[in-house]
Write a protein that binds this ligand. Structure first.
Ligand code: SF4
Ligand code: SF4
Length: 335
């Protein structure tokens, strides 16, 4: 779906601005900080564990339509997977060669579309939290593109918003079932379910697990699903082989693409990279995004318009970037 560039004339409602704390969300996120540090809990964490909890509660109370209740990830009666079982007393033998394909097969035979393995690192764990197990099984589930493409949701057309909840619930079910499967084999396992934040910072973990590259819109770009997917994870002490990051030219493509920047109503997507907690990366202005995101059913315009998200386009873009890299390498060799 092609959209005209937004006029960027959105003005946040005063009642939302009034709920912002004195500290900027960009400061919480470490924008401009030159030294590395672990990420701080932010907007999606429990309200009492972060600076913007009051804002989160206000947005949820004001802008969620009652019609979402029967599929909301906040509704305890919605199916987000089975009750968790205890770890079996007897541990089934096997090394990483055995368990890695078995676990990946289990995840993909369930409701998931992506699976990858990566170690727990300090970058993946929010300040004030701990993850006991050393390894993460990252899980991805794809949006239904036709619904996502209608973002943002509205009371008249909540399709994209409903799909967001449906996919987070699907990812949660896979993580819960995988947790029980690993526990039944006698290994420790702890699920991490989105979108409410816990110990695990999912995006860097998923990038490390080979799900894709960070895009200018602050979400990941996967070589099959573009930016149209959601995450969950299971931490475990089961022996597993680690995956590697998958770089296919998306970062380079973003340098010259302005589709999400132009489409974002509050102009929250910054056109250039920034230093954030010691790393140079794409960055979305939290203080500009959140009011629009809150007022418009979790928005999602930026991931919907990203060319990689449109079915059938990602493969062509990857090929194009590979050709460009090959030509540049050839030119360099001729120097
Ligand atoms: S989710 Fe945020 S960054 Fe993305 S288009 Fe909406 S307002 Fe902009
Ligand atoms: S819309 Fe363009 S600039 Fe934005 S993340 Fe996608 S490819 Fe990158």
């Amino acid at each position: 779906m092609t959209r005209p560039a937004h006029k960027h004339d959105y003005q946040p409602r005063q009642d939302i601005l009034d709920r912002f704390p004195k500290i900027s969300g960009n400061e919480v996120n470490g924008l401009g900080e030159k030294e590395w540090r672990a990420p701080s809990p932010f907007f999606w964490h429990p309200p009492d564990k972060q600076t913007h909890g009051g804002l989160q509660q206000y947005i949820v109370s004001q802008f969620r339509p009652p019609s979402i209740e029967d599929r909301s990830f906040r509704n305890p009666t919605v199916d987000r997977g089975p009750e968790l079982v205890a770890v079996a007393s007897e541990r089934q033998p096997g090394g990483a060669d055995h368990w890695t394909p078995a676990i990946k097969e289990f995840v993909l035979a369930d409701e998931a579309d992506l699976v990858g393995v990566t170690p727990v690192t300090p970058e993946n764990v929010y300040t004030g939290y701990e993850i006991a197990e050393p390894t993460l099984v990252m899980i991805g589930v794809a949006h239904e593109y036709d619904k996502l493409a209608q973002a943002p949701g509205s009371p008249d057309n909540p399709s994209a918003y409903y799909d967001l909840h449906d996919q987070y619930n699907r990812a949660a079910r896979v993580a819960a079932r995988l947790t029980n499967h690993i526990r039944a084999l006698g290994y420790e396992a702890t699920p991490f379910l989105g979108p409410m934040g816990g110990a695990l910072n999912m995006i860097p973990a998923a990038i490390a697990a080979g799900f894709g590259e960070l895009g200018k819109h602050g979400s990941m770009i996967n070589r099959t699903f573009g930016a149209g997917f959601r995450l969950s994870a299971v931490a475990t002490d089961m022996p597993l082989h680690m995956d590697k990051p998958d770089a296919f030219g998306a970062d380079d493509f973003c340098l010259n693409c302005q589709v999400c920047t132009n489409a974002c109503p509050p102009a929250a997507i910054t056109p250039n990279k920034h230093t954030v907690r010691g790393k140079t990366k794409w960055y979305v202005d939290f203080d500009k995004c959140i009011p629009y995101f809150g007022e418009h059913m979790a928005c999602g315009i930026c991931i919907a318009v990203c060319p990689y998200t449109r079915p059938g386009i990602a493969a062509r873009l990857i090929e194009k970037m590979a050709r460009r890299t090959a030509a540049e390498d050839g030119n360099a060799g001729a120097l």
